[in-house]
Design a binder for this molecule. Structure first.
Ligand code: HEM
Length: 263
């Protein structure tokens, strides 16, 4: 097996720095603070949803009590498809010194865990319609359409990403050509998920609170705050994932990995 000599990319070495170009440290300025804030907002979001479903919606059950089984749905969707999805998207930017091969596995692993939470969360939502007497119809709301479309997008991304990045015989230039699509549809799916959460929250508020929603009761205010925190978390995540200056720079060992694979 021939190994191509590893080359430092122009931007990866401070020795190659042009006089007026910002250093890597300058480009990354603010990233850690922003990421820390995003994580805190995400954890706060999970706590708020937990408080809402336990304190105001009666807590959790499984199939013996479909009304309370539903409460798993918002919580697991928030943990899996919002918090973990965002962390999975950002892993290449947050773990800059870890080898790319390991990062790919961690990225895929986080996304498997998202999928697991999503499947259980969706079972809880469908059971809450199917196991009541009389059963309620499925998939008639805008929320369920936007939500399921985002989940399908997420699944396609996962399969395409796995094939493209982990299957060793795929040509590197094909992987590179697919990359912008993966990033675009990954971000689009995440935006879809945030939209689904907002519509889901709003319809739940209108259905369960009825006319008391207009009286500024505690639960209504909490639901509105949860919605705002979804938007803040989503906005911060998309901002960090869309900033070119925060992109992980290629490391010398990444090039060795590519050369190993293409020989
Ligand atoms: C990414 C997140 C989410 C996705 C992908 C999603 C997806 C879905 C799907 C596919 C259904 C249809 C179940 C059926 O027809 O039997 C559903 C139901 C429901 N979801 Fe979500 N959901 C998400 C988050 C949330 C959140 C955060 C809430 C907040 C309360 C919520 C509230 C509801 C409600 C009230 C229903 C039952 C009524 C309906 O079908 O619209 N969802 N969800």
């Amino acid at each position: 097996m021939r190994l191509r000599k590893p080359q430092l990319s122009a931007s990866s070495s401070d020795m190659d720095q042009q006089p007026n170009q910002p250093t890597q440290a300058q480009l990354l300025e603010g990233f850690n603070v922003l990421f820390g804030i995003t994580e805190l907002v995400g954890i706060f979001l999970i706590i708020l949803v937990t408080v809402w479903v336990t304190h105001f919606r009666g807590g959790f059950a499984w199939t013996s009590d479909p009304g309370h089984e539903f409460n798993w749905h918002p919580l697991l969707m928030t943990i899996g498809l919002v918090f973990l999805y965002s962390n999975g998207m950002l892993i290449y930017r947050t773990q800059r010194t870890v080898r790319k091969r390991r990062l790919k596995l961690v990225h895929a692993g986080i996304m498997i865990f998202c999928l697991l939470c999503t499947i259980i969360g969706l079972i809880a939502a469908f059971d809450s319609h199917n196991l009541v007497n009389p059963p309620k119809p499925n998939m008639y709301t805008l929320h369920s359409w936007v939500g399921l479309t985002s989940v399908l997008l997420f699944c396609c991304q996962w399969v395409a990403g796995m094939i493209s990045f982990l299957y060793p015989t795929i040509q590197p230039h094909l992987r590179e050509a697919y990359m912008p699509l993966h990033v675009y549809f990954g971000t689009a799916g995440f935006v879809g998920v945030i939209a689904a959460c907002l519509i889901g929250l709003n319809e739940k508020a209108i259905w369960v609170l009825k006319s008391s929603y207009s009286e500024f009761i505690d639960e209504g205010i909490l639901i509105n705050i949860i919605g705002l925190v979804f938007i803040i978390f989503g906005g911060l995540s998309v901002y960090m994932v869309s900033q070119n200056r925060y992109k992980r720079l290629p490391r010398p060992e990444d090039e060795v990995l590519l050369a190993e694979r293409s020989n």
